[in-house]
Design a protein around this ligand. Structure first.
Ligand code: PA5
Length: 447
């Protein structure tokens, strides 16, 4: 099996090969620390060996539960926020046909999402869409207490029970949460829902290869065994005894920290296929929550090219020089579309006649990378042979491992997210939640 590749030629004008190699010892020590569990966040390192430790029993249980939902439901609502939905959406969007959800005759249920915002219109419209549809719910929350998913679940559970009765609703609701703690666990036990456990030592944003990601992905008809195999192979290639030269996550982590030291404070993840839009959203959460703390951290941004070349392209080419890019390039698209001949040739495109659309995309990509390097934006190129389960699995583990190493190089704890609590405290105070009386009084004085 081929593998994802990384090309760093277009960063060498900003950081030399010698400077990168000088970081090898530190990067590999950080990689080792992820196994020896001797640095901050060591309670949350279950993801490091997760791919290879998912048991056959667990895979079968996920596949069986997915089969049950697929047989009962035309639509499955995945409720969750942050790490409790982004991984699933990233993989499902990357590997499904863009217009599949619009087809009337379908092989797979439509997967929709809730609990990742508090938009009233969104919930109203979703509820309208679900009206008279056979739907089910996968409710995901590690803590089991997060407001956004809890609110969405309360509303959709009521709708489902009214539509099909409590008994059938029970067959269509799956809860994925902590083994023993939290309101969702209590509710699931009370109601007798099928449940899966999110391991204690795997944080939300590193949980895509647990049932959090695997169940919705399997419901969407995607082969989770191949996804896991890609991740296992990347896990094996980047183990504690690997060498820096072949450890792609360690190289990536070292380079981005070197660029950061040189004033490149923003990393833009670039794709040339709209299917990868949510993969970038997953990546943004992974890196943003892991590294943005202690007044440090690269700001992770993302663009879809060529779409955003017509919006953000100007800024990237000529704005403040505080950015670098990481480009995900897919070598071969899954499908083939060829440019046809046109007698009138009013658009002047006959010179492309017979070429695949991807040839045009690739030249746009190459031209852009060269233009950006010329404009002072170094780029790291990550090449994937094609979009399939195996390579997406490799890519997931690649970015997770690199994030752990990179956070340690930066000197932060990449596995906590204390900053996320600030808005929650204010929101509860403003909503006058019982127990927040003092905070309510204090915040009201500031209004
Ligand atoms: O990475 C994280 O830990 C967070 O983004 C969580 O996934 C997110 O806040 C949702 O939390 P929970 O699954 O507890 O509802």
């Amino acid at each position: 099996m081929d593998s994802i590749k990384m090309n760093i030629r277009q960063v060498l004008g900003s950081v030399s090969e010698e400077e990168i190699l000088k970081q090898a010892g530190n990067a590999m020590a950080c990689n080792k620390a992820l196994y020896e569990k001797n640095r901050p966040g060591n309670d949350f390192l279950g993801w490091v060996t997760l791919p290879s430790s998912v048991s056959e029993k667990e895979i079968c249980e996920i596949e069986d539960t997915a089969a049950n939902l697929r047989s009962r439901c035309d639509v499955v609502v995945v409720i969750g926020i942050g790490g409790s939905y982004l991984g699933a959406k990233a993989v499902i969007d990357a590997l499904s046909s863009s217009f599949d959800w619009l087809q009337e005759k379908r092989e797979n249920p439509v997967v929709v999402y809730a609990g990742n915002n508090i938009g009233e219109d969104y919930l109203y419209e979703l509820s309208g869409y679900l009206n008279k549809k056979n739907f089910g719910i996968i409710n995901i929350s590690k803590s089991g207490t997060t407001t956004e998913p809890a609110l969405a679940f309360r509303i959709l559970k009521e709708q489902l029970e009214k539509a099909v009765g409590k008994e059938e609703a029970r067959n269509r609701i799956v809860a994925i949460t902590d083994a023993s703690k939290g309101a969702l666990r209590t509710l699931a036990v009370q109601e007798g829902y099928k449940t899966f456990v999110i391991p204690d030592d795997v944080g939300g944003r590193y949980s895509v290869l647990t049932p959090v990601g695997l169940l919705p992905i399997a419901v969407a008809g995607i082969n989770i065994r191949r996804l896991l195999q890609g991740a296992i192979d990347m896990e094996n290639a980047t183990g504690v005894n690997s060498s820096f030269e072949y450890n792609l996550p360690a190289i990536y982590a070292a380079i981005r920290n070197e660029l950061y030291k040189r004033g490149k404070k923003i990393e833009i993840l670039v794709n040339y296929h709209p299917k990868l839009h949510y993969f970038a959203e997953w990546w943004k959460q992974l890196y943003g929550e892991s590294e943005g703390k202690d007044l440090k951290g690269i700001f992770p941004a993302a663009v879809d090219f060529t779409t955003d070349l017509h919006s953000m392209g100007q800024w990237i080419q000529e704005g403040e020089r505080s950015i670098f890019e990481t480009v995900i390039s897919i070598q071969t698209p899954r499908e083939k579309v060829v440019v046809p001949h046109d007698d009138a040739n009013l658009d002047g495109l006959n010179f492309l006649e017979g070429k695949r659309v991807d040839e045009v995309n690739k030249m746009a990509e190459l031209g852009t990378r060269i233009a950006h390097v010329d404009g002072g934006v170094p780029n790291i190129l990550i090449e994937i042979p094609e979009l399939n389960e195996y390579y997406i699995g490799e890519l997931i583990y690649f970015f997770e491992k690199a994030c752990g190493i990179s956070g340690y190089i930066l000197g932060v704890n990449p596995f906590n997210q204390p900053g996320v609590e600030a808005y929650k405290k204010n929101m509860f105070a403003l909503l006058e939640k019982p127990g927040y009386e003092k905070e309510t009084e204090a915040i009201k004085k500031r209004l």
